[in-house]
Every structure is written in C-alpha cells, then in structure tokens.
Design a protein around this ligand. Structure first.
Ligand code: AP5
Length: 218
C-alpha cells in the first residue's frame, strides 16, 4: 500500500498529477476540493455551508474536511493506497491526519511538493477548464483538447470553469496558501517525507519525476 500527498499552491498541478499517478499506480485520488465541489453541486447541508467560503477562496472549517477524509479512507477502494490532493491545508489538519493515519494503521510514504512560480500559477488557473461530463481537466494554452471543443476522454462538448478561478480570488487563494499551507513544507521536511519536484516542467515531465520518487518508496 502506498499513501502519497501532493503539496503545492493553487494551480501547481496537484489535480493533474494526482489523476496521472492514480491511473498508472492504481491509487485513489482524494481531493478535498473535488469532494467539496460535489457537495455544493448536490446542494447538501455541507455544500450549502461551504459554498460562499469556497467562492471567496478561504479555507472551509478544519472539522469538515478532516471528517470527509477520515470517512473516505475507510472505503474499500482506498485499501490499496491513496493520493491526498489538497489535504491537509494547515498545521491543525496535518496533526489530525497523523492521528487518522495512526488509527487506520497507515503511513504516509511521501509528500511531493510541486514547485511553480507565482506568475505561472495565475496563468494556469485563469486558463483552466474542465469537461462538464467526465471532469477531465484542460487549459486554454497548456492542455487543449485534441479536437477543439470536444473532450478527449468522453467526447462531450460541454465544459465548465470554476467560480473561484478568477484573478481576484486567485490572489486571495495564494495569500491563504502562503499563510496557512506553506508551513507544512517545514513540517514534512522535519518528518523526512518531503520530496520536491519542479512543477514548471511540462505535465509529462513532472509525471516522470513523480514516478522516480514513487520508485524510491517501494
Ligand atoms: P482545491 O480544489 O484544492 O483547489 P487548489 O488547491 O486551489 O488547487 P487547484 O485545484 O486550483 O490547483 P491544482 O494544483 O490541482 O492544479 P491543476 O492540476 O488543476 O480547493 C478549492 C477550495 O476548496 C479552497 O479554496 C478551499 O475553499 C476549499 N478546500 C479544499 N480543500 C480544503 C482543505 N483541506 N481545507 C479547507 N478548505 C479546503 O492545474 C491547473 C491548470 O494548469 C490546469 O488547467 C492544468 O491543465 C494546467 N497544468 C497543470 N500542470 C501543468 C504543467 N506542468 N504545465 C502547464 N500546465 C499545467
């Protein structure tokens, strides 16, 4: 069983790489952002509670995401290993994760930091769009569908953009990252699990670098 974490600012490529790794290594992507967006779309109680917070680019309460992740890890499909994408986001969540992993007799094999320049992050986020049907991620410049306007995976012609992917909210999300999430780099460095990867390279190159880290965890 391999348990990984992808750590990096908004737009660093966590979701993109988590999907790549999950497919190739048979791991399950656990994205708190995706789970919360699903709750918002479903109009559930949690969704109604977090909708405004997410739209403003702030962090939702720790207790909400800790419970979501802890429950999701118990599902049978997670037995073979998971990729944490977007969790934890601060030191309280990191300490809670340590506890959850200990209770579930799991360990974190590696924390992979994706390093990307701030200007590039903003370009990536503002140009991002997603297939409305299967969720495949694209970018206006960096990852276009092979046939314009048609999803490579499911051939749908409908795409969506996230409400928090605008220039104003991106700046807020970056501030939140540096204030709340960046201290986790020190936390995992001290635990000896942090590995840094150049997230500025093309998507396939980044994936190869992550594979090298994964090879070293077996
Ligand atoms: P979340 O969904 O986690 O968003 P995020 O951290 O802001 O990260 P993103 O999804 O924006 O970026 P990414 O790193 O996944 O980049 P991607 O691969 O898509 O969180 C959203 C909100 O939910 C938060 O603001 C908060 O409110 C709430 N939330 C979630 N988790 C929480 C938690 N634990 N606690 C509290 N609140 C929480 O790539 C971006 C674009 O770049 C794509 O178009 C892609 O095609 C392109 N791209 C990717 N890699 C490359 C590359 N190497 N070269 C060129 N282009 C690339």
């Amino acid at each position: 069983m391999t348990n990984l974490m992808l750590l990096g600012p908004p737009g660093a490529g966590k979701g993109t790489q988590a999907k790549e790794i999950a497919t190739r290594h048979g791991l399950i992507q656990l994205s708190t952002g995706d789970m919360l967006r699903a709750a918002v779309s479903a109009g559930s109680e949690i969704g109604r509670h977090v909708k405004e917070i997410m739209a403003k680019g702030e962090l939702v309460p720790d207790a909400v995401v800790i419970e979501i992740i802890s429950e999701r890890m118990d599902a049978p499909d997670c037995k073979g290993g998971v990729i944490l994408d977007g969790f934890p986001r601060n030191l309280v969540q990191a300490a809670a994760l340590d506890k959850v992993l200990e209770e579930k007799k799991r360990k974190l094999d590696a924390v992979i930091e994706l390093k990307v320049d701030d200007n590039q992050l903003i370009q990536r986020i503002v140009g991002r769009f997603t297939c409305a049907k299967c969720g495949e991620g694209y970018h206006d410049r960096f990852k276009r569908p092979k046939v314009r306007g048609v999803c490579d995976i499911c051939q749908s012609i409908e795409f969506t953009r996230r409400p928090d992917d605008n220039a104003d909210t991106v700046n807020k999300r970056l501030m939140v990252y540096y204030r709340e999430t960046a201290p986790l780099l020190g936390y995992y460095f001290c635990k000896g699990t942090l590995r840094s990867v150049d997230g500025m390279a093309p998507i396939a190159e980044v994936a190869k670098e992550i594979d090298k880290v994964l090879g070293g965890t077996k």
